[in-house]
Design a protein around this ligand. Structure first.
Ligand SMILES: [Zn+2]
Length: 289
């Protein structure tokens, strides 16, 4: 179970938007990009995880209830989780209670916070916080998929997609220009080679070890010349490498699966993008001759 919006609303309202320890604002004003910065973290007082900070096993206990959560800035969250001896459960509950009392006494009437104009500020805030968590969960699930055998299945679906795009593209060229002799030849590495005008675009997929997507990669290269049917080089007609790229199979910060350039990790491509770029390059190169 996750923290419900209702619980979130409660703990954020009771905290007065301040860290219970250092009293810093947990949502900073809009910055130059007009984005509110959220530095507040919803920390579990008793961790559900056996190895988590202050873990206590309690049957039927809702670890995500508002009574088990305290709002802190990221620094203080880190501090209490690292210094569990100095911050045991009782002490954190005391800090939380003291803080809520302090909010009631010092900040303008908290009850007003949930009315009219202020309500929309909180709704706004809740949607920010929820979006942030959903995004994290999405990445986590991509990460989980990636690190299991499911990741490899997803990689093979992408490989199939790439193959289909190549076949469709070549078929379209054949239909429009029947005298272009383009040959497709499946290679031993799951994808295919395109042979045209004494040049080859080889598209290969190397799957990772141990039934995981990890360390799986895509290899694309232009060569001058052809390989033999079995993929080896004919010593009498050696091929020359013109350009190559290797891309790791992975996922991006949005949780989408795709390919990241091994040489330049900031370059992330979907299967459609990377194959479109290389087909265009290949046909530009060959058709110019
Ligand atoms: Zn703090």
């Amino acid at each position: 179970m996750t923290i419900t919006d209702r619980t979130r609303k409660t703990i954020w309202a009771k905290s007065g938007n301040k860290c219970a320890i250092c009293k810093t604002d947990l949502v900073k004003d809009k910055d130059m990009f007009n984005v509110r910065l959220i530095v507040g973290e919803e920390c579990h007082i008793i961790s559900k995880q056996a190895k988590g900070p202050r873990h206590i096993h309690k049957n039927g206990f809702d670890y995500n209830s508002d009574e088990n959560l305290i709002l802190l800035c990221c620094n203080d969250h880190k501090m209490i989780d690292e210094q569990v001896l100095e911050y045991p459960v009782e002490k954190i509950i005391e800090i939380k209670n003291e803080h809520e009392k302090w909010v009631l006494e010092n900040l303008s009437n908290v009850n007003e916070v949930t009315t009219n104009k202020e309500e929309s500020v909180f709704d706004n805030l809740i949607s920010f916080v929820t979006a942030k968590y959903n995004k994290e969960m999405n990445i986590k699930s991509s990460e989980e998929k990636f690190n299991s055998s499911e990741g490899l299945k997803i990689a093979f679906l992408e490989v199939e997609k790439i193959k289909r795009i190549i076949y469709d593209t070549v078929e379209r060229i054949h239909n429009n220009a029947p005298n272009y002799r383009i040959t497709l030849r499946d290679n031993k590495k799951h994808i295919t080679d395109i042979l045209f005008k004494d040049k080859t675009l080889t598209v290969q997929f190397y799957e990772g070890f141990a039934n995981q997507a990890k360390s799986s990669y895509l290899f694309l290269a232009f060569v001058d010349g052809y390989f033999r049917e079995d993929g080896t080089v004919d010593p009498f007609y050696p091929v020359t490498l013109i350009e190559l790229i290797r891309l790791d199979f992975t996922f991006n910060e949005k949780g989408e699966f795709g390919w990241r350039n091994q040489e330049n990790s900031s370059e992330f491509f979907s299967s459609e993008e990377i194959i479109a770029i290389w087909l265009k390059k290949f046909f530009n190169l060959t058709l110019d001759e």
